[in-house]
Design a protein around this ligand. Structure first.
Ligand code: NAD
Length: 488
């Protein structure tokens, strides 16, 4: 049974009126238990607590406390790592395998410790030297970085711990207060973090508040409140647009990590037999990752050969029970998501793409929200399945004529989040990479990911970067000061 209480102003509390909602296991459709469902009033109380804590405590200036608190939280999470692992598999439906990497162990290792380690070395102040712009005497000038204030963090369900820690760690390290709203599909990992903050850390009351809710609109309190200074959001592009519009009324900056339609671009001089089968890795966690490579671009002259290689790999994907460590793929997170993915598959067929394998609900998995690993060939990049984010185990194979055509197709997308490029040489992979308009790229099998690696998107994939120095700077304001030269 998970933690059902919210964290507001340092207290673990019920929602207004005692309201709760069900937490459902997407692999079995069983109700795991319940979670407090915060109201707009609860969220407003959380925002007020964060405002007070930021304005009235010394958190923003006490770097030693922040570092120690982040390390305490790290230790507390480590102490419940196995409970968290089981809970994540149960509520997210992610394969156990993924928890040994990006779903849990990778963020647990570094998402808090890396920003904690940056607190002392971060360039909080820099001199920009003497200036005498008006000719009336020289001034010494400095630029100071300061916390931005109260940060509203809104997260989705697909990699909840990874996303929460990669926002919470940098936001707290930089001295901010946080109000976090987890996705209603996966509340317990967030409420567990809330309990550990309350019980095991010296983070002052109100500096972190966690308000789950079954009602998406409760998140709007964050976007519209004049007491929130920044919204940091990960989720769909449609919701990102709504948040940006809502935030405009109070002119607050928005930091958006949104969807993607990334390419796996295999150039004709690459080792196709070694590269193409690996495209089935996008079935990990049922394709529910924003940075997954969902368009496989292959030389047109070798399209059919590549499709056969991909077919063999897709038909070999092990999927089903997410608690089985042998499975790469579990269920979609909800019935709604399952239906959405099946709807896209129907659209692909209707628009003339060739369904090579998969395409439906697996017969041997009637319970749970499963979708078969699905491969489409002869896809034209203008088709809906090549343009829109499906968020399911569905790969589109698209043929290109030459390098220019491949680059054109890769960039012919509203999104620009990530991608893979494989070429016969690193030099060629880099040359092509410089022409692709996305925020991250893996070249010749390399992996760009890490707490020190800025992640985010071009175009409709977002605004701003999570992680790395750029990710720390997202949570800061800039203050420029000047004083008469000679004073010290
Ligand atoms: P979503 O946009 O429906 O919801 C995300 C979060 O926003 C949830 O907590 C939800 O309750 C909240 N929300 C919904 N409407 C809101 C509103 N009007 N105001 C404030 N908050 C609101 O996304 P989802 O279905 O949970 O997640 C899937 C999507 O997220 C996919 O499109 C995926 O690409 C994207 N995603 C992007 C990244 C990234 O880093 N770029 C990472 C993970 C997921």
């Amino acid at each position: 049974m998970g933690e059902h209480r919210m964290l507001i102003n340092g207290g673990l509390v019920e929602a207004e009126g005692g309201r709760t909602f069900e937490n459902v296991n997407p692999a079995t459709e069983e109700v795991l238990g319940r979670c407090a469902s915060g109201s707009a009033g609860d969220m407003a109380r959380a925002v007020a607590a964060a405002r007070r804590a930021f304005d009235e405590s010394d958190w923003a200036r006490d770097r030693a406390l922040r570092k120690a608190s982040l390390l305490q939280l790290q230790e507390a999470l480590e102490g419940e790592r196995e409970e968290l692992r089981a809970e994540l598999v149960a509520e997210v439906g992610c394969p156990l395998l993924s928890t040994f990497g990006p779903q849990l162990d990778a963020p647990l290792r570094e998402a808090l410790t890396w920003p904690a380690g940056q607190i002392e070395s971060f360039a909080w102040e820099r001199s920009i030297g003497l200036g005498n712009p008006f000719g009336i005497g020289e001034s010494e000038r400095e630029v100071w970085k300061e916390p931005i204030g109260v940060v509203g963090v809104i997260v989705p369900w697909n990699f909840p711990v990874e996303i929460i820690l990669n926002k919470l760690g940098p936001a707290l390290a930089m001295g901010n207060a946080v109000v976090l709203k987890p996705a209603p599909d996966t509340p317990w990992n967030a409420t567990r973090i809330g309990r550990l903050i309350a019980e095991k850390t010296d983070i002052p009351p109100g500096i972190v508040n966690i308000v789950p809710s079954v009602d998406h609109a409760v998140g709007e309190v964050i976007s519209t409140s004049p007491d929130v200074d920044l919204v940091a959001f990960t989720g769909s592009t449609a919701t990102g647009r709504r948040i940006m519009a809502a935030a405009a009324s109070t002119l607050k900056p928005v930091f958006l990590e949104l969807g993607g339609k990334s390419v796996n671009l295999v150039l004709e001089d690459a080792d196709l037999a070694a590269t193409v089968p690996a495209s089935a890795a996008m079935c990990l966690h049922a394709g529910q990752g924003c940075a997954m490579a969902t368009r496989l671009l292959v030389p047109r002259a070798r399209h059919d050969e590549c499709v056969e290689m991909a077919r063999a790999a897709f038909e070999a994907v092990s999927y089903g029970d997410p608690t089985d460590a042998a499975n790469l793929q579990g269920p979609q997170v909800s019935r709604r998501q399952q239906e959405r993915v099946l709807g896209y598959i129907e659209k692909g067929r209707a628009e003339g793409a060739r369904l090579v394998t998969g395409g439906g609900i697996p017969k041997h998995l009637p319970r749970g929200y499963f979708v078969e690993p699905t491969l489409f060939a002869d896809v034209d990049n203008s088709m809906t399945i090549a343009q829109e984010e499906i968020f399911g185990p569905v790969l589109c194979v698209i043929g290109y004529e030459d390098e220019d055509d491949a680059v054109r197709i890769a960039n012919d997308s509203p999104y620009g989040l990530s991608g893979l490029i494989t070429a016969g040489s690193l030099e060629r992979a880099k040359r092509v990479a410089r022409r692709i308009r996305t925020g991250t790229l893996g070249l010749n099998g390399g992996i760009w990911y890490g707490p020190d690696a800025p992640f985010g998107g071009y175009k409709a994939s977002g605004i701003g970067r999570q992680c790395g120095i750029e990710g720390l700077e997202m949570f800061t304001e800039t203050k420029t000061v000047g004083w008469p030269a000679g004073q010290s």
